[in-house]
Structures are given as C-alpha cells and as structure tokens.
Design a protein around this ligand. Structure first.
Ligand SMILES: Cc1cc2nc3c(=O)[nH]c(=O)nc-3n(C[C@H](O)[C@H](O)[C@H](O)COP(=O)(O)OP(=O)(O)OC[C@H]3O[C@@H](n4cnc5c(N)ncnc54)[C@H](O)[C@@H]3O)c2cc1C
Length: 312
C-alpha cells in the first residue's frame, strides 16, 4: 500500500481481489492512484488503464495471422509497428488520468481532440484560491529568435517584481470573486469566475489511447512546447514508460530521439559529406541560400549538430 499514500483507494479496490482474465501491466499497477506533483499545485494520477504491451501484439495478430510467440519476436513486432506507423494496434491500450493544471495549460492540452475529457465545473463548484506562481528559474525574457518562446534569464529584481505583481493580482482577483459570490451581491458562480486569471487551477479526467498519447507526448515533450505543459507530459511519460515498456522504448527510439530530414536537407548532407573542406560558416551561409528561410536553416543546422557535424 505504501505506493498509494497520496490518494485514498476506493474500498472496492482495497477489499476485493477478483481474479481477472484482463491483461495486467505490473508497471501500470505500480502507478495507480499515485500522485505525481506537477508545478506548484498540479498533479497527474493514473486512475485506470486497459491493456499492456501484449494487447498490442494480440491486436496485431488479428492482421498477421498466428504471429509470433517468443518475447524477442513480440518486441520486434511492436518496434516494427511503431517504426512503420502501423498505429491502430496501439489504440487498443488506454489510460485514464486525473490531472490538475492551470487553465492556460488546459487550453493547450484540450487542443488534443482524441481524448475523452470531463472537467471541474466552475458553474457548479466554487473555484479554489490556487493560482500558478512560476519558480524563479523559469522566469525568463522574451526569446529574440522564437516568438513563442523564452530567452535570457531576467534580472533578480525583475523576477522579484514579476512575482509581486502576480501575487497582488491573484489576491485582488480572488477577493473580487469572493465579493461577487458573497451575500451582498450574490452573483452566480458561472459569472463570478470570469475575472479569475488563466493561472487558476482546474482539474479533469482525461482518457486517451496509447497511440494518441504518444502523439500528445511527441508534441508536448518537445523543447518547443511551453515548459509548463512539458512538465505534465513528463509525468505521463514516466507512467507509460513503466506501463508499456516495449512500446515506450520504440516510441523513444523512433519518435522522441529521432529526426526527420527533408528532401533538400538530405541533398545538402550528401554535398557536405562529399566536401570535407566546408566549415561551419560556409555551411551556414550555404544553407540559408538553399533553403531560403532563416528558421528552417537554423533548425537544419541544429540537426547537423546532432548528427555530429562541426564538432571542432
Ligand atoms: C509548440 C506548439 C505550438 C502551437 N501553437 C499554436 C498556436 O499558436 N495556435 C493554435 O491555435 N494552436 C497551436 N498549437 C496547437 C496545434 O496546432 C494542434 O492543435 C495541437 O498540437 C493538437 O495537435 P493535433 O491536432 O495533431 O492533435 P489531436 O487533436 O490529438 O489529433 C490527433 C490527430 O488526429 C487527426 N485529427 C483529429 N481531429 C481532426 C479533425 N477534426 N480533422 C482532421 N484530422 C483530425 C489529425 O491527424 C491529428 O494530428 C501549437 C502546438 C504546439 C505543440
């Protein structure tokens, strides 16, 4: 029981130990009802799951006939399926999470349309006095190269001022909310909430299949995603790494740590390997001329760095 300290388990789960024919994942069992804290007041909890790595094999066997039996062959099949984006077998595995996150994170998250969601209702229940206050180390200025990103560190005075402004704003916003709800005005909850900031926490149940969860993770674990949603992606990744270890390793190898090369990029790499004299400066200029787009050129340069070019 020590793994489940954070949340009280439903009596049914504690008291009944039914035999089941359902495929069990020991890695997922370990995470059930265990809270992973995210940001200052948020969390991710695995509430339920369906299937494991074997369920993917089982589904694939329908299309491949009797199929393989050995563990090594099963691993190979899962890796083959992921490598070639034969993805429907991985839709047979599902995860149901209880998550709590600031509303601005929820707005990015909800864009992933393939999940089933049921959210806390600010019309029905009062909102809590809980707002996201970023840690000092993530307070950075506007990036000069990426309009959607963060750049250099703020000064300590700038950080202190930002925290103070947020805190003052949160206090004011919540006091207004309470006054609007109070006896004197008596406004409905659905209207009183509209002045609360995007940093207000919300909660939901979020159920998604493994394939679409991996799609979510590929986008939201990426360094281009906002730090705050990455934190939630990392929590879910930790869980599914244990729940479906073979599938997760394949996802890591063929998606997370892999890269895609465009036609012009491949042509350029061929040219680079043929001309060992080309230095970094020459390459930078040449790439920009060929690709014509500064951002695309920068992205290609970082791919070349990953591939081990310019290690001098
Ligand atoms: C770094 C980053 C920056 C972003 N910036 C912005 C932004 O500035 N503005 C903004 O509005 N959004 C932004 N987004 C959101 C982004 O455009 C997608 O809406 C979001 O990532 C969900 O992706 P998805 O549609 O592939 O996922 P899902 O909704 O989970 O869909 C999964 C897949 O199912 C298919 N699918 C689902 N629904 C449909 C449908 N109705 N029609 C056709 N195919 C469908 C598609 O193949 C899709 O890829 C950003 C996302 C990221 C990661």
């Amino acid at each position: 029981m020590e793994n489940h300290q954070e949340e009280v388990l439903p009596e049914r789960i504690v008291e009944e130990k039914n035999e089941t024919l359902r495929p069990i994942s020991s890695g997922a069992e370990k995470w059930l009802y265990r809270k992973i804290k995210c940001l200052d007041h948020g969390f991710v909890i695995l509430k339920d799951y369906m299937g494991n790595d074997e369920s993917i094999i089982q589904a694939a066997r329908v299309s491949y006939g009797k199929g393989t039996k050995k563990v090594s062959e099963d691993t190979g099949l899962i890796r083959y399926l992921r490598r070639h984006l034969h993805t429907t077998p991985s839709e047979m595995v599902e995860f149901k999470f209880h998550c709590k996150m600031p509303i601005f994170v929820a707005r990015q998250w909800i864009r992933h349309r393939t999940a089933s969601v049921n959210e806390y209702s600010g019309r029905y229940s009062e909102m809590k006095n809980e707002f996201y206050l970023p840690d000092q180390e993530v307070l950075r200025g506007q990036s000069q190269t990426n309009k959607q990103g963060r750049g250099d560190d703020l000064t300590p005075a700038g950080k202190d001022r930002a925290i103070k402004l947020w805190n003052d704003g949160y206090d004011r916003a919540f006091a207004t909310y309470e006054e609007l709800l109070g006896d004197e005005i008596g406004l409905a909850k659905e209207l009183a909430r509209i002045g609360l900031p995007l940093s207000t926490y919300t909660e939901w149940y979020w159920k998604i299949d493994l394939h679409n969860l991996m799609h979510f993770l590929a986008l939201r674990l990426d360094s281009h995603a906002q730090h705050e949603i990455q934190v939630f992606g990392q929590a879910m990744a930790r869980i599914i790494k244990d729940a479906v270890p073979i599938s997760y390793k394949a996802f890591e190898d063929y998606t997370l740590t892999a890269m895609r090369l465009s036609g012009p990029e491949i042509k350029f790499i061929r040219m680079l390997t043929a001309d060992s004299n080309m230095n970094r400066e020459g390459v930078e200029k040449n790439i920009l001329e060929r690709l014509g787009n500064k951002r695309e050129a920068e992205e290609f340069l970082s791919k070349l760095e990953k591939l081990g070019f310019f290690q001098d």
